[in-house]
Design a protein around this ligand. Structure first.
Ligand SMILES: C[S@@+](CC[C@H](N)C(=O)[O-])C[C@H]1O[C@@H](n2cnc3c(N)ncnc32)[C@H](O)[C@@H]1O
Length: 167
């Protein structure tokens, strides 16, 4: 191998090493939904409420930020798009499930993690659309280090039943 080839190989290996395996911005709660994914779903559902957002990343005219606290609001009259803060997915999924029992339709964009309590206690009773590949949220440079799923709670929702398999 020539000196030039060796140098090129070294630079390539160095670049690969520098590339982060996980983009740390994914650990934050402000992960904006990819525009195309939202628009495709909005065409189908005609969302009326974004219950968890900032004024900057709100997806609907009607929205709740931390100030109003979406968790204590009524969603029952709305068609809701929910991309919750990942620091509290269980709390938000439980709220979405309860609001659907009162009349709301809620499409939830969450991490596809079948090992979690939120999956077994709530998501299994919704309609599940697995997303192939990994999403790139907001202005992140790299795709998310986790798979995503859309879970829809609507009027065909079943009451909560425990599906946990204990081992
Ligand atoms: C994953 S981001 C989703 C933002 C936007 N809805 C979207 O789909 O791009 C979650 C958002 O929930 C907001 N949030 C956190 N706690 C909240 C609360 N209690 N009530 C309303 N919004 C909240 C955060 O500020 C953040 O903007």
């Amino acid at each position: 191998m020539s000196y030039e080839e060796k140098t090129k190989k070294y630079i390539k290996a160095k670049k690969l090493k520098e590339k982060p395996q996980i983009d740390l911005r994914y650990l934050k709660d402000e992960r904006e939904t990819p525009e195309k994914l939202f628009l495709d779903l909005d065409r189908e559902f005609n969302f009326t409420l974004d219950p968890c957002c900032t004024e900057q990343n709100a997806k609907c005219k009607k929205f709740f930020t931390k100030k109003e606290d979406g968790l204590v609001q009524d969603w029952s009259e709305d068609v809701v798009f929910m991309n919750p803060p990942y620091s509290a997915i269980l709390t938000w999924i439980k709220k979405a499930h309860n609001e659907a029992l009162k009349g709301a339709t809620v499409a939830c964009l969450i991490i596809s993690d079948t090992s979690t309590t939120y999956w077994h206690e709530y998501c299994l009773f919704g309609k599940i659309r697995f997303i192939r590949g990994r999403l790139k949220f907001g202005d992140n440079r790299y795709p998310a280090p986790f798979p995503s799923v859309i879970v829809i709670f609507d009027q065909e929702i079943r009451q909560h039943e425990s599906q946990l398999i204990l081992f």
